[in-house]
Design a protein around this ligand. Structure first.
Ligand SMILES: [Zn+2]
Length: 71
């Protein structure tokens, strides 16, 4: 998945972070976007809230994005 549009993230995106969660997973689902990003760990289901700059700094790549996003 190419990141030709940095800064554009959608609810439902699956992202890979540089830092691995203690549970062993580095994949997260985006639940909320805005000034803060709410993410759910796909390994253990834990929810975290990250300020946008921190999210973008820690992001490795977008793994998948919803295909039916035509809002
Ligand atoms: Zn986890």
């Amino acid at each position: 998945m190419c990141r030709s549009m940095p800064g554009l993230y959608r609810i439902g995106d699956i992202v890979q972070m540089k830092k691995r969660h203690p549970c062993g997973s580095d994949r997260w689902e985006i639940l909320r976007v805005g000034m803060d990003f709410r993410l759910k760990c796909l390994g253990c289901g834990r929810l975290v809230l990250l300020p946008r700059p921190k999210f973008e700094k820690g992001l490795k790549k977008v793994v998948s994005t919803p295909t039916n996003a035509d809002n």
